[in-house]
Design a protein around this ligand. Sequence first.
Ligand SMILES: C[S@@+](CC[C@H](N)C(=O)[O-])C[C@H]1O[C@@H](n2cnc3c(N)ncnc32)[C@H](O)[C@@H]1O
Length: 293
Amino acid sequence: MSSSDRPEYVQQNVANWTRANTEYTDASAARAWAQDEITWGVFETPESELNLLGDVSGLDIVELGCGTAYFSAWLARRGARVVGVDPTPAQLATARRLQEETGIEFPLIEAIGEDVPLPDSSFDVVHSEYGASLWADPYRWIPEAARLLRPGGRLIFLCNSIVCALCMTMDGVGEQLVRPQLGLRKVEWPDTGEVEFQLGHGDWIDLLRANGFEIERLVELFARPDAETHSYYKYVTPDWARKWPADEVWVARKASTRRRRLEADRASPGRPSSARADVASTPNRGPANPKRG
Ligand SMILES: C[S@@+](CC[C@H](N)C(=O)[O-])C[C@H]1O[C@@H](n2cnc3c(N)ncnc32)[C@H](O)[C@@H]1O
């Protein structure tokens, strides 16, 4: 999909992430890339406490909405073969600069999470940290994630908690609900024109299951006692996030082909499962990593 064919919300979000790159992400990227520990969420809960990723060494991982690609760099340093995907050229330019400066190199692809130019069934993990997980339409990027994963592969993504999304105003996250959860999907911000996507837990579960995922974990992240307000993402305070979760991480596994056939048989008995759509059996479109061919 060429940049001009993208939905209008993407163009708006790319403009905002270009501005964010000038204001913050370019200048902060070197520090983020250099960080030894993997952390999660606005208040940086260490992976060593959460154990969401496990051993990633030797795994093929694609990050959808990689931004300046610091998370991909953390995974590459731990032995994963990563590919970063993002629609904002300025974010990718920063990621390329850091690749040159650090020598940690992996493919970077300019694309949206809703339409990824990579082959079917070619990754062990699809990951997103406030990338596609917040800025892409979930009803389009979750099917893409399912397509990209090998059977048994994991989808791991971090986004705002639903309670945070329901309490978020232009002045930050308050202690009152400010929008209905019923019908919530797209949130448009009148000041910047940014468009985010938020779902309640029931809708996430239905969407993930409809795309052949089994949900393994939902981890809600709170601020620790010593947490401080983030220098750029100031919309939520540690005080608030000691009472309610600021972010949440979902871990889901793409069911094996056999398991999905059994479920399909149960759903429509009498029809042979080979006659039904089976994502895992779609032809492989080529290698996952364009550089490794
Ligand atoms: C908060 S940053 C992601 C941070 C990232 N984890 C990192 O390591 O820098 C959000 C990113 O989402 C990207 N984005 C915006 N719309 C997107 C879409 N439709 N699909 C995928 N990514 C998108 C933006 O370009 C931006 O770089």
